[in-house]
Structure formats: C-alpha cells, structure tokens
Design a protein around this ligand. Structure first.
Ligand SMILES: NC(=O)c1ccc[n+]([C@@H]2O[C@H](COP(=O)([O-])OP(=O)(O)OC[C@H]3O[C@@H](n4cnc5c(N)ncnc54)[C@H](OP(=O)(O)O)[C@@H]3O)[C@@H](O)[C@H]2O)c1
Length: 179
C-alpha cells in the first residue's frame, strides 16, 4: 500500500491563505497533476474544512471526508463521511482493493496521518508565489519527532512549477498490511 500526501506549497511554505479559503493560486499544471494522481489512486482523503472549500466530491474517485460528526452529513456512492481512526480507515480502504491512497489535506489531516506514521510518500508542488496568508502545511507541534525523508524524484511540470517527490522510509504502513 502506498499512502501519499499531495500538497501544493507557496515559496514561503504556505498551503492556503486561511482555513476557509480554497487554493485559488495554484497553476493549471498543478491542478492537472493533482487530478492525474488522485484519479490513478482512485481514492482521496480530505478534512471536512478542505472538502467545504471544494464544495463537491471529485468525480471518478472515492472521496473520504474526515469529520468528528459524520452523522451530520449524507454519504453517497463516492462520498463517505467518517470519524474512523486513521489506521482503521486505511485498513478499510485497503480491503476495498485500493493500492494507493492520496491524503489531500488540509493541514490537520496531513498532520494526523504523518503523526500516526501512515504516510509513505509526499508529493510537494512548489508554485512561484509568496503568498499573503497563514496556513502552513503542518502543525509540527503535534509531531513527536523529526521525520526523515528521501528524495525520490523531481518533476518539472512546466516552466514555473516543480513537484518534489519524497519517500518516508520510517512508516507503519507495511506492518499494517502484512498478513
Ligand atoms: N495547498 C494545498 O495543497 C491544500 C490542500 C488541501 C487543503 N488546503 C487548504 O487547507 C485549509 C484547510 O485545512 P485545515 O487544517 O483548516 O482543515 P482540514 O484538515 O481540511 O479539516 C479539518 C477538519 O477535519 C476533521 N478532523 C480533523 N481531525 C480529525 C480526526 N482525528 N477525526 C475525525 N475528523 C477529524 C474536523 O472536522 P469537523 O470540524 O467536521 O469535526 C476538522 O475540523 C483550506 O484553506 C484548504 O484550502 C490546501
């Protein structure tokens, strides 16, 4: 099982202007990249706040939305609201036959999965903008330790947009899926 954080960052390390803003500053090339990687995985996990900035489920993908009050929302065939613990959620998605899960954010959800050592890969897009905003990618105060990454590849999506693909050697994903 591969579990990837996919995030687009500004040069000053922000993922958003504010929690209730959508990402209106990323490039069409990055949007295309996000669509490609999430469609190929088939499943994407968002936090409830990020989902509300998007407004509707992404088509042709299972959209899993983490919320502490799933009973307040209406799940459909490709939209599932849940408060499962991350480990349980990953196992359930694995049992549905998915081999790659994308963690689509936002900040709380990226932090939750990293803190639980349930991330194998990070795809970090970097857009050429210094963003006036305040949402960083992670709440590092929640993390117990530094997390070491390895550089896997560098993709240049266009003249302006880079994707840095890292792997995280120390994770609990393999043990979770071993028989
Ligand atoms: N640049 C990028 O790549 C990127 C990607 C994604 C999002 N974003 C931005 O990130 C911002 C949102 O990030 P955020 O950190 O404020 O919110 P978020 O991570 O999208 O969602 C937070 C919500 O997730 C739910 N949640 C958190 N932990 C949970 C747990 N353990 N169990 C169940 N539910 C849990 C809670 O929902 P309830 O309140 O319903 O309980 C919480 O309010 C937006 O501005 C968005 O545009 C940027």
């Amino acid at each position: 099982m591969k579990i990837s954080i996919v995030a687009v960052n500004s040069v000053n390390g922000l993922i958003s202007r504010d929690s209730d803003y959508d990402v209106d500053w990323s490039s069409p090339d990055d949007r295309k990249f996000f669509k490609k990687i999430t469609t190929s995985a088939g499943v994407v996990i968002f936090g409830r706040r990020t989902f509300e900035t998007i407004g509707k489920p992404l088509p042709k993908r299972l959209n899993v939305i983490l919320t502490r009050t799933p009973e307040k929302f209406h799940s459909t065939e490709n939209l599932l609201f849940t408060n499962d613990e991350p480990e349980i959620l990953i196992s359930k998605i694995g049992r549905l036959g998915f081999k790659h899960i994308v963690i689509g954010g936002g900040r709380e959800i990226y932090t939750l999965f990293l803190k639980n050592k349930l991330v194998t890969d990070i795809y970090l897009s970097i857009e050429p903008i210094i963003l006036k905003g305040k949402v960083t990618m992670l709440n590092v105060e929640e993390l117990n330790n530094d997390i070491r990454l390895e550089l896997e590849e560098l993709l240049k999506l266009s003249k302006n947009t880079l994707v840095v693909h890292y792997t995280i050697p120390e994770n609990r994903v393999r043990e979770l899926f071993s028989p």
